[in-house]
Design a protein around this ligand. Structure first.
Ligand code: PLP
Length: 391
C-alpha cells in the first residue's frame, strides 16, 4: 500500500522537535549539529530571535491579502534588493522553481516583444539544478530528472559546465539566454572561475543573449558576498533567488534589469502567495542582517577558518576524502568512499550534512554559525571519517 505521504523522498529516520541556532534536537533529546541548514535555507540558524520576532509581529497583523492590493512588506523588501544589487525590479515567488519558471517566461516574452518570437533557445549546463517544474527540468536536462516526464518543453540545450570553448561555439545571435549557477549546488559544489563569468558576459553582450544567474543556492551571503556573482564583478540581466532569502520561510524572487523585465506588463504573470506579507516581513529582516558588510566579512572570516580545518581533515583521511571545494560557507567535501555512506555515518556522530552529485558532501551551515560550532563540526567529521578505517 502506498504510504500516506507520497514516497518520493529518501528520508533519514530522524525527526526534529526543536532547533536552536546551528543545532537540531530530536524529541528524545539527541542534539545534531546542522551543516545542511535545510539545504542552504536557514541562513540565520533555527529559531533565530530576530526572525521569530519579524514573523510573529506580522502574524498578529495580517497574513495574506492577495496581490490585488498594495503590500508594503513586499515593497520594502524589493527596495532593499534593488538598492543592494544590479536589479531594477523584483517579482516575488514562493520557491526557486517558481523563480526559474518566471526567468524562462521573462526571456521568452522579452524576445517576443523584440519582434523575434523564434529566438527561444536557452543555453544551460550539465550538472545544473533549477528546480522541478516542467520548464526547470527541461532546462537542466539531466536524465535523472527528466526521464518519464516527456515530452520536454523545447528550447533548451546543455553544455559542459564551465567549458568556454563549447560556449563560444554554441552561442549566437539566435541564443535567447544563457542560464547558469555561478556555483553549482546539487551538481557537487562546482565554482565557476571569474574569468569564465567575464567571458560569458562578453559573449552575451556581443550576441544580445540575456544572462540569467541562478543564485537560489549560492546567493544570500552564502559565499561571503550578498550574491556569488559579485566576486567576478559581472552582473546578470535576470537572477533567480530563493532558499536563504526567507531564512526558512518559503520565499523566492526574480530580480531583473529594467530592460530584461520590459515585456512583463500588467497581467503577464502572477502568483497567489508570492510576496505574501508574512514571507516578506521575514525576508526583509533576513536582508537587514545578511546584506550588512560586517556580517558578510564575518562569513568570509569563518569560512577561511573552516576551510583550513577541512583541508587538514582531507590530509589526515586521504582514503576517505579527496578534496575540499567551494566558496565561502558553500563547501563540498569530495569523497573517496560513497558520499551517502559518510552522510549516514555522520548521523551516529550527531552531525547533519547533505549529499550532492559527483560523490560530494555539501557543508552549508547557517551563516551565523559560531567558530566554536565550526570547530565542533570538524571534530565530528573527523570521528565520522574514522568509521571508514581512516587514520
Ligand atoms: C534548490 C534550488 C532550486 C529550486 O528551488 P526550490 O525552492 O526547491 O523550488 C533552483 N535552483 C537551485 C540552484 C537550487 O539549489
Amino acid at each position: 500500500m502506498i504510504p500516506s505521504v507520497l514516497p518520493n523522498y529518501n528520508r533519514a529516520p530522524l525527526s526534529f522537535a526543536k532547533g536552536e541556532g546551528s543545532w537540531l534536537i530530536t524529541e528524545d533529546g539527541r542534539r545534531f549539529l546542522d551543516l545542511g541548514a535545510g539545504i542552504a535555507v536557514n541562513v540565520l540558524g533555527h529559531a533565530n530571535p530576530a526572525l521569530v520576532e519579524a514573523l510573529t509581529e506580522q502574524a498578529g497583523k495580517v497574513w495574506h491579502v492577495s496581490n490585488l492590493y498594495q503590500i508594503p512588506q513586499q515593497q520594502a523588501l524589493a527596495d532593499a534588493l534593488v538598492q543592494k544589487t544590479f536589479a531594477d525590479t523584483v517579482f516575488f515567488t514562493n520557491s526557486g522553481t517558481e523563480a526559474a519558471e518566471l526567468a524562462i517566461k521573462m526571456v521568452r516574452k522579452y524576445w517576443n516583444d523584440q519582434g523575434a518570437p523564434d529566438r527561444i533557445e536557452i543555453i544551460a549546463f550539465e550538472g545544473a539544478f533549477h528546480g522541478r517544474s516542467t520548464g526547470a527540468i527541461a532546462a537542466a536536462g539531466s536524465e535523472k530528472m527528466t526521464k518519464g516526464f516527456g515530452p520536454l518543453m523545447p528550447g533548451f540545450r546543455q553544455l559542459p559546465y564551465g567549458d568556454l570553448e563549447a560556449l563560444k561555439a554554441a552561442i549566437s545571435d539566435r541564443t535567447a539566454a544563457v542560464m547558469i549557477e555561478p556555483v553549482q549546488g546539487e551538481g557537487g559544489i562546482r565554482v565557476l572561475p571569474d574569468a569564465f563569468l567575464r567571458a560569458l558576459r562578453a559573449l552575451c553582450d556581443a550576441t544580445g543573449a540575456l544572462l540569467v544567474f541562478d543564485e537560489v543556492q549560492c546567493g544570500m551571503g552564502r559565499t561571503g558576498r550578498l550574491f556569488a556573482h559579485e566576486w567576478s564583478g559581472v552582473t546578470p540581466d535576470i537572477m533567480m533567488v530563493a532558499k536563504g532569502i526567507g531564512g526558512g520561510f518559503p520565499l523566492g524572487a526574480v530580480l531583473a534589469t529594467e530592460k530584461a523585465a520590459s515585456a512583463m506588463g500588467v497581467g503577464s504573470h502572477g502568483s497567489t502567495y508570492g510576496g505574501n506579507p508574512l514571507a516578506c516581513a521575514v525576508g526583509a529582516r533576513v536582508m537587514d542582517i545578511v546584506a550588512d558588510e560586517a556580517f558578510l566579512a564575518e562569513v568570509s572570516r569563518k569560512a577561511g577558518f573552516f576551510r583550513q580545518r577541512l583541508e587538514g581533515l582531507v590530509a589526515s583521511h586521504p582514503d576517505v576524502f579527496e578534496e575540499v571545494r567551494g566558496l565561502g560557507l558553500m563547501l563540498g567535501l569530495k569523497c573517496r568512499v560513497p558520499n551517502l555512506d559518510v552522510v549516514k555515518a555522520a548521523y551516529d556522530e550527531g552531525l547533519l550534512m547533505v549529499p550532492a552529485a559527483d560523490n560530494v558532501i555539501r557543508l552549508l551551515p547557517a551563516l551565523n554559525i559560531s567558530e566554536a560550532d565550526l570547530a565542533e563540526a570538524v571534530a565530528r567529521i573527523d570521528r565520522t571519517a574514522a568509521h571508514f578505517g581512516g587514520q
